[in-house]
Unconditional design. Sequence first.
Length: 338
Amino acid sequence: MSEATTGRSRLSSWAYALRTTNPPPDGRPDLITRWIVVTRAAVLPMTLVSGLVAALLAIGEPGLDWWWLSLAVVGIVLAHLANNLMNDLYDTQAGSDTAAYPRALYAPHPVLSGLVSRRTLIAAIVLVNLADLAILIGLALARGWPVVAFALAGFVLSVAYTAPPLRLKKRGLGEPDVLVVWGPLMVGGTFFAATGSITWPVLLASLPYGLLCTTVLMGKHIDKIPFDAPLGIRTLPVILGERRARSATLALMAAFYVLVVGCVLVGAMPWPALAVVLALPRLAKVWTRFRRPPPDEPPPGFPVWPLWYAALAWVHVRQAGALLLLGLAIGAAIETVL
């Protein structure tokens, strides 16, 4: 096989892993593909979008520094990566992640599948957190203690999601945790790192995308009700029951659009942010499927079974989030020109 063919094969493997959270079904994954799968890099764009929302809101603001903004965005993406690794470690230690649990079914579990050893997983967690700590120190020296407050709040909530003694996920508090982290903490913290200030309109503008991220977790936890309930893992969907949880998730999706309109009306977002309405046809398709029970078998080529509602929510988040960024970018461009 030629070097060019090998290169294309590797790129194809990386793209497949980034799209599906799984290695390609044919052949042993190379080193990069393996770590894309281990870190669940396919879901990192959710965090990147939170950072970009903050960046676009910061354009034109006094004190904006692109270097600190870039470091903050890298920092929150690394924090999400570390959170993914820590969740796998804690859930494995607690005994909730097993070969028969969805985490090991929709994608290879880092340790249970043999992709990495437990020691390697711990080493990766330490290295990523050390890198994040270095970024935090630099941002704190430049912007002051509020950066530390945002970062520590995010770290505590991320660890407490699965780690004892709080284990928020087990107590029906994992979903509000995600709303706070991917909304006010990530967007607000990145905005502060970029500008040295924070305002209530920015925190308000952080909520719509935080809601979108929460719908993905709600969908995932709906998919896992048959597995979580017997283990005593009382996620919000377990508490609500499947039908009411599906309705609640749809309500959160609809609330995203209502909140964007509200943000525009009060001046927290520019009017082009209303471009998100172009995602309503996608929502309509997702809505129809969310109203029905999941299929008995996965559709042909469906890569993340037994996740179903999580995948539907992710399809909506990708388009709605992209349109939100587009609208904010157009608004920032108009503001810059004027």
